[in-house]
Design a protein around this ligand. Structure first.
Ligand code: NAG
Ligand code: NAG
Ligand code: NAG
Ligand code: NAG
Ligand code: NAG
Ligand code: NAG
Ligand code: NAG
Length: 370
């Protein structure tokens, strides 16, 4: 208790750049260390220069080592950053603590339950106590498993590329995240919001109880969030009643930057590069790794965008594809101007289409699973 009071006082005076402690709920990296944030990018099964991948390899970067590194683990292993981060949630579930709250959501929940078209095209989970917690935003279908089943990685998430971003937040920020999630309207499939949290996490409590959500005051909400160590993030959230593409109609114009967009591109499910508005969106069709292998966007289910000009420095990761169908879905993005994250993502863009260019469809003829 005393420690917490001292922490709060030192936060007031010295800002937020304090180390994370192992005993606190945090994002956990591949080395088992608590970190302010991490990004995990799982490669598709098929890549150039890499004939037969397993579909389980990934590259990783975090606040301690902010450059892409190949992971020594597979994404289905409990030692992976996702495995270790989720372990905190699964332990909470087992101990039936009521000092911890969690919510898991996915439009495609595990165990072949029904896909939801009316909820957000959003996938993620959060775990917190009344001091600190984390929020993971990812693109993996049928993930994560129910707490009863323990850690695992779905077969349906192997074929395509997938992304996950984890951010550690102090408690107060979760009240803001709760308000944003009203716009997301995520499909919550497992959760626990004990009494002590219910007043502040009002929307999450309502979703968790399966009750009717209050109506939204607008169709869009943009807020600033602060990670535990003071990283500034912006969170864009839209409802499904806003029928515009989030990248071109909102994020690029709002952040006043031209975006290179990487998202799942299938025939009939993609928008072309768009230079009609003051700030443009260019469609990426080829991603290159730091190890000279590459993969087409057709095989990448992740959703992110990065400023084309280094001066702008924006990187966003989130829920929605650059696709006409997805304009009608709710969901959101987190954006940052962190220089390391920007450099890492910008370097991944191997080819994108100019607005004047013929935008050839480079996907395979057959459609894959998820
Ligand atoms: C991960 O997947 C690989 C390939 O399917 C499998 O051989 C391995 O047993 C799996 N590991 C775990 C921990 O599930
Ligand atoms: C926490 O849970 C325990 C056991 O389920 C219960 O006895 C206790 O009253 C709960 N505490 C609070 C603050 O809800
Ligand atoms: C899935 O949808 C079908 C048809 O709408 C319905 O009959 C079934 O009960 C649903 N299953 C679940 C698990 O919600
Ligand atoms: C959201 O957008 C829809 C469609 O444009 C509009 O009918 C509705 O009034 C908007 N809702 C709010 C709260 O602004
Ligand atoms: C570009 O996006 C805007 C906003 O969604 C849209 O109105 C416009 O028609 C698009 N232009 C092209 C060429 O697709
Ligand atoms: C990648 O390709 C470049 C240019 O061909 C070469 O200079 C570099 O050494 C290669 N890097 C790796 C990790 O293979
Ligand atoms: C997951 O949530 C916990 C806590 O609310 C429930 O006790 C579990 O029954 C639930 N699991 C499933 C499969 O719904």
């Amino acid at each position: 208790m005393t420690v917490r009071i001292l922490w709060s006082i030192s936060l007031l005076f010295f800002g937020t750049a304090l180390p994370l402690w192992a005993s606190q709920i945090s994002c956990i990296n591949d080395d088992g260390k608590p970190v302010d944030w991490y990004v995990l990018y799982k490669f598709p099964k098929h890549m150039s220069h890499n004939v037969a991948g397993t579909g389980l390899e990934y590259m990783f970067m975090d606040s301690l080592a902010p450059i892409w590194k190949p992971s020594k683990y597979f994404v289905n292993m409990t030692e992976s950053a996702l495995g270790q981060t989720l372990q905190q949630l699964y332990q909470t579930y087992k101990s039936e603590e009521n000092s911890t709250a969690y919510v898991i959501y996915n439009d495609g929940p595990p165990n072949k339950m029904n896909y939801s078209w009316t909820h957000g095209h959003s996938k993620g989970f959060l775990l917190l106590d009344q001091y600190q917690g984390f929020w993971v935003i990812h693109s993996i279908p049928e993930f994560p498993p129910f707490p009863e089943d323990g850690y695992g990685y779905p077969r349906t998430g192997k074929y395509n590329g997938q992304i996950a971003i984890c951010i550690t937040f102090r408690y107060e920020q979760f009240a803001e995240i709760d308000k944003q999630l009203l716009f997301y309207n995520p499909n919550v499939y497992n959760c626990s919001i004990p009494k002590p949290f219910q007043a502040e996490l009002l929307n999450l409590q309502t979703m968790c109880a399966g009750a009717h959500l209050p109506s939204v005051p607008s169709n869009q909400s943009l807020i600033k969030l602060l990670s535990a160590q003071g990283e500034i993030l912006f969170n864009f959230a839209k409802t499904r009643y806003d029928h515009e593409d989030i990248y071109i109609a909102w994020m690029a114009q709002k952040l006043q930057t031209n975006f290179l967009v990487e998202s799942w591109q299938r025939k009939g499910h993609r928008l072309f590069s768009n230079c009609s508005l003051p700030y443009h969106v260019y469609n990426v069709n080829l991603v290159g790794t730091p190890w000279n292998s590459s993969f087409p966007s057709y095989y990448d289910h992740s959703k992110w965008c990065v400023s084309s000009r280094p001066e702008d420095r924006w990187t966003c990761v989130g829920d929605l594809n650059y696709s006409p169908q997805q304009a009608k879905r709710s969901g959101g993005f987190v954006c940052t101007q962190n220089q390391h994250i920007y450099m890492a993502f910008r370097a991944l863009v191997l080819h994108y289409y100019d607005c004047r260019e013929f935008q050839e469809f480079t996907g395979a003829a057959q459609t894959s699973g998820l």
